[in-house]
Design a protein around this ligand. Structure first.
Ligand code: AHM
Ligand code: MG
Length: 342
């Protein structure tokens, strides 16, 4: 990794170019792809920042905006990502949490060798109350021979990802990504419109301070999950208690735990026997990031990155964060969580 002094200003573009020089075998197209995603993130950040004003502006400028500003932000974010990337020649197809099927590259654009899978605006139900939301993305190489991306290209296990990242639209906007050479975070300077390197080589603490879980599901958890949560809280005297922090916005909960140490858990339950979160758009990319930062992600029985996907919108239980805390989940959830069989 190139060392930067505290005073050097490193834009995401400069960083990506420098990484490319360090790893000459790495395909340059991947760098361009990351840069395109950063551009889409800036456009989404701009809309998210205006979200609280949408009604006010809509009321005064109804004719001009023709409803666009009041369109659901997750749909807008979805469209922005597609439009920022479909013409680049780098992708052979995309898949989004917002779309039922694979998104093909329009006929008039060249197809490339990568597939992009993304959740355009995770936690979007929080937007009305000014809680951070995020974009999550995953990149895999095309494995089929035809010109276009196919389902088989999308359904690759997470360990085959070549890049993954997220953008958090919080008190500031940050983009965090990995290409398999560590995890690096960039903060958007809104004055100049550039992502600047602010968190080089992020490492997650081995043991977590925070537990992020929605414990209103306690009644519908299996008994082993209940016992695990009691352990994290220090109630069985084995572990010192973790503090509970739950935003209910995965990117925000994950980001806090990545920097400060902690565990995010969304176990299977009676109502959601396969869990809630999506393997391809949420669990896989965050699992790649957390492992690159020294942490771990599991579905309660196996490593998330080793799960073989069978469908585009597959759900999975998720335990992700500091290594020793995720390993504790694997040890205590003796019976595999219901996900794999379903
Ligand atoms: P979404 O993709 O529909 O936004 O749902 C995912 C969100 C995550 O951000 C968050 O961790 C989880 O749902 C919260 O779910 P719950 O309200 O059941 O705790
Ligand atoms: Mg989501």
């Amino acid at each position: 990794m190139v060392k930067h002094t505290a005073t050097s200003v490193v834009t995401i573009e400069r960083y990506i170019i420098e990484q490319e020089r360090l790893y000459p075998d790495a395909p340059g197209e991947l760098s361009g792809l990351l840069y395109d995603i950063a551009l889409a993130a800036k456009m989404i950040a701009n809309k998210v920042r205006m979200a609280g004003l949408a009604d006010i502006i809509g009321a005064t400028e109804n004719e001009n905006v023709q409803g666009e500003i009041q369109q659901k932000l997750d749909v807008l974010a979805n469209d922005m990502i597609i439009k920022a990337l479909d013409h680049s020649g780098r992708l052979c197809a995309m898949a989004s949490e917002e779309e039922p099927d694979i998104i093909q590259i329009p006929d008039n654009f060249r197809c490339g060798k990568y597939c992009l899978l993304f959740d355009p605006l995770d936690g979007s139900s929080n937007i009305d109350v000014n809680v951070p939301v995020g974009t999550i993305f995953s990149v895999v190489l095309k494995i089929t021979r035809g010109a276009r991306g196919e389902m088989e290209d999308m359904l690759q296990p997470g360990r085959r990802q070549v890049a993954a990242g997220y953008v958090i639209y919080g008190s500031s906007t940050m983009m965090v990504y990995t290409t398999g050479q560590g995890v690096h975070g960039f903060t958007l300077d809104p004055q100049i419109g550039e992502f600047l390197l602010s968190h080089p080589n992020i490492r997650i603490p081995e043991r977590g301070r925070y537990l992020s879980v929605n414990d209103s599901y306690e009644q519908v958890w299996e008994e082993d999950v209940r016992a695990l949560m009691r352990r994290y809280r220090g109630l069985d005297g084995v572990r010192d208690p973790m503090s509970v922090r739950y935003v209910g916005s995965l990117v925000a909960d994950f980001h806090r735990n990545l920097l400060g140490g902690g565990l995010f858990a969304y176990p299977a339950n009676e109502k959601n026997p396969r869990g809630k979160l999506r393997l391809l758009y949420e669990a896989n990319p965050l699992a790649f990031i957390v492992e690159q930062a020294g942490g771990l992600a599991s579905n309660g029985s196996i490593r998330i990155l080793d799960v073989e996907p069978t469908e585009l919108h597959q759900r999975t239980p998720l335990f992700i964060g500091s290594k020793s805390d995720v390993m504790m989940a694997d040890r205590m959830l003796a019976a595999p969580v219901l996900a794999e069989q379903a």
